[in-house]
Write a protein of this length. Structure first.
Length: 124
């Protein structure tokens, strides 16, 4: 298994994104609150903020998911009539597919965690 930091560097280069590893107590946590980064990542433009995770598998899945946000097409989003649940499901599918292409395989609990995250969105 590759080191997480090596994989993150490779992903940043391959998808032309800046991946910032948020660390508990850093300037990102000071500005936005640490709770906003616990087991959560975010993307805006060409920057991904990889949140604070105790579990490296969840962190990697989350980073692939955020890359999925960059890859999902506007055509797909329009096709599902901007349904946030359908969009998030597709973005997770893209992320897991990218991980598999990088020979990264996750245990079932990671997929269950992703489904739990999808369920936090409302249909429509």
């Amino acid at each position: 298994m590759h080191k997480t930091s090596d994989i993150i560097s490779e992903l940043a280069e391959k998808y032309d994104v800046n991946i910032i590893q948020v660390v508990s107590g850093d300037e990102h946590c000071a500005a936005n609150g640490t709770d906003n980064y616990i087991n959560r990542s975010a993307v805006a433009g060409d920057t991904i903020w990889a949140g604070v995770y105790a579990d490296e598998n969840l962190k990697m899945a989350s980073i692939f998911h955020e890359i999925g946000h960059k890859i999902v097409t506007q055509e797909f989003i329009r096709h599902v009539n901007y349904d946030s649940v359908a969009i998030e499901r597709e973005i997770w599918r893209i992320g897991f597919k990218l991980a598999k292409e990088c020979n990264i395989h996750f245990s079932g609990y990671v997929y269950r965690w992703a489904v739990k995250n999808i369920r936090t969105y409302k249909t429509g």
